[in-house]
Design a protein around this ligand. Structure first.
Ligand code: C5P
Length: 310
């Protein structure tokens, strides 16, 4: 059996290859507050990890290399500026380990889509190399390194549904009792730059109106999609629509096709629609596909765990 093979394998080889799966995120609530002295905006957000995944494989090597396939191949830099490389370097610096690994990314999460795909890959890199090198950091230690790399990365180590504060990097789990929510994503042809969306938010007045997430959190506990539909909120939506007015048609198409609610995910341009259940999500996805109003349509349920070794 596979178990016996695992047992017979020499000890050295037990550390690799390591495969890590990491989800995309959407924001069920995103209140954007004032700009802080460090240039980031104060956030109150409810993150939600959904079943759309990237997979990062880490193997032993005597240098650090990164290859990829799937979404963004050719467009995404695989050099030292890639968040995966920065994450590996940060983990190595923190633990005193050599930053050696052969990494391969299988990407399904679209890039620059408001789904935190790059942040997800950084979270995966931290978990993968921690496992490969046997550095054995606690989740909190990984989250602390993650926070230095990007606002969304600690959440992607954690997963599930979580309240995010600070610039988004301070996360605490929201317990939703195992209820699954069903979403349909409309992925745009071209990405949006997160800094540009925040800058546009400032130019449009820089005052968020989403406010407290309490009503949204109560709706999650009620487990009624009709109730949740009314409470989804995103302060970056107006900025995303300002930059991409055609997203309004995508949102209207989803609502017209029977979605309970539709909103821009994070900084966009992906639009996310709430469905009643898995069957409704599949119908909605088919209807959106038929209308050909976006590059790709995906269904995904949430919440799902954060970056995990397979
Ligand atoms: O933290 P992260 O690198 O993902 O942020 C990307 C950009 O988004 C930042 O450089 C900043 O322009 C903007 N941002 C912000 N306030 C936040 C998070 C991100 O202004 N809380």
């Amino acid at each position: 059996s596979e178990d016996d093979e695992e047992f017979d394998r020499p000890r050295l080889a037990a550390h690799g290859p390591v495969r890590v799966r990491v989800p995309a995120k959407i924001n069920l609530h995103l209140h954007v507050g004032p700009v802080r002295p460090d240039g980031f905006h104060e956030l109150t957000t409810v993150y939600h990890a959904i079943g759309l995944y990237d997979e990062l494989t880490a193997r032993r090597g005597d240098t650090l290399t990164l290859t990829m396939e799937g979404e963004g191949t050719g467009a995404l830099s695989l050099g030292e500026d890639n968040l995966i490389m920065r994450a590996v370097r940060a983990l190595a610096a923190e633990t005193g380990h050599d930053a050696f690994a052969r990494l391969h990314l299988k990407k399904q999460i679209p890039i620059a889509a408001g789904l935190a795909g790059g942040s997800a890959d950084a979270a995966a890199a931290l978990v993968a190399c921690d496992h490969l090198w046997g550095t054995g950091l606690a989740r909190d230690d990984l989250a602390a390194i993650a926070a230095t790399l990007g606002s969304d990365i600690p959440f992607l180590v954690l997963g599930g549904t979580a309240l995010g504060t600070g610039r988004g990097e301070l996360v605490s789990p929201v317990l939703t009792g195992g209820h699954a929510w069903h979403w349909v994503l409309a992925v745009a042809d071209e990405g949006l730059s997160t800094p540009v969306v925040y800058k546009t938010f400032d130019e449009l007045g820089g005052v968020g109106v989403a406010g407290s997430p309490d009503d949204l959190l109560a709706a999650l506990r009620q487990r009624d999609p009709e109730v949740l539909a009314d409470r989804l909120a995103n302060d970056l939506q107006a900025a995303a629509l300002h930059l991409r007015p055609e997203l309004r048609q995508v949102l209207d198409a989803g609502l017209d096709a029977g979605a309970l609610a539709g909103l821009v995910s994070g900084s966009g341009p992906t639009c996310v629609f709430l469905a009643e259940d898995a069957r409704h999500a599949a119908l909605l996805a088919a209807e959106l596909e038929a209308r050909a109003c976006c590059r790709a349509v995906r269904t995904a349920a949430g919440p799902v765990p954060g970056a995990r070794v397979l």
